[in-house]
Design a protein around this ligand. Sequence first.
Ligand SMILES: *Cc1c(COP(=O)(O)O)cnc(C)c1O
Length: 434
Amino acid sequence: MPVLAINGGEKIRSKLFPAYSVIGKEEEEEVIKVIKSGVLSRFLGAWHEDFYGGPQVRALEEEWAGYFGVKHAIAVNSATSGLYCAVGAAGIGPGDEVVVSPYTMSASATAPLVYNAIPVFADIEEDYFCLNPESIERKITERTKAIIAVDLFGQPYDAAAKNALARKHNLLVIEDTAQAPGAKYKGKYAGTLGDMGVFSLNYHKHIHCGEGGIVATDYDELADKIRLIRNHAEAVVEKKGFDSLVNMVGFNYRMTEIEAAIARQQLKKLDGLLKKRLENVDFLTAELSKIPALEPVKTRSGAKHAFYVHPVKYRSLDTGVSRNRFVDAVKAELMPTELREAEGVNIGSGYVRPLYLQPLFQRQTAYGNNGCPFKCRNYEGSVDYSKADCPVCEDMHYNTLLTHELMRPPISKEDLNDVVNAFKKVWENINELE
Ligand SMILES: *Cc1c(COP(=O)(O)O)cnc(C)c1O
């Protein structure tokens, strides 16, 4: 009978998993061309042809819009900046509320704060982990202006239900699709399901250029505002003849030519990289489903999932072994990933801690030391982040969900077998954990 590694037995795997790597010769060649051209950026923060950036940035925007079937794609230097642009373009300001998810990367919930608006957390769906439409509806007030819907883990948000809800209450939908490039819902690409969609090109994502982001929208006016916020709006509006000054304090969220050149090559690889990732997930889903305690995530009806991470639900059944203990035992059987050794084995108990538990929300301190915007005079509502009322999110995070990244290219079949065998070994010897 094998002894579990957590109890001093031999590990299933003794070598590191291969580093996540999607950059190749094509990117290298294009970067060298850009450097040789001498134009590393071409943005001008004034009303001028170069207000829209250099040739690589513009080509990337055109190609991105073409691929995803959206009228405007606007390159920015991160998805975080993209979310800030989107909230600004939506005209959101002090006193407004925006419904957000507690289970996401922090920027998708803090974006409203940049405009002194209040993030209000709704609960997530038990099966798909995106915002739950019923919970959203309970959080809507006369102050609500938008919903930030995250395509979490690569699963497209429930656009049919949420867009209808948004129309009913006259809200904009900002889609955070950082984790779901290439995912689809009813034939439409994630990132084009809401009024604005925000993609990420940071180095953890399906395709990347180091750091970068794209905001997609079909609306000319929103696109105009996003481009202004990206590039020093206040210095440009007058000469551009842009009358509405709402949120027209600009930033520098501009993407460089080098990043754009890399991103253009990456976009060409998205289909192939996604296909490989989905094949890996299919294999893991089939194998892990054989373990009674595990339930790999379902894909929403009508949707194509992109699997930024692979979420799996753990049920202790009658073993009495908690999710955390189970995950620790599986991790003990495996090894970290190259270039990210310090993070340990890439399997997590849950995902990120529910965001309302961050000190920023618990202490209601964002700008200055008077509790702005939460206690700002413009804000006529009240939020209590100590009673966030998100039981599903808390159960997923603390008891039920595990997420892992051991399906990202260029992981091999042999590597995947080690992952499966680690889970199987722990399950077959679970009595050792009691
Ligand atoms: C990665 C990520 C972001 C932020 O992306 P950056 O490009 O790093 O700013 C935002 N939202 C979600 C859901 C993410 O996964």
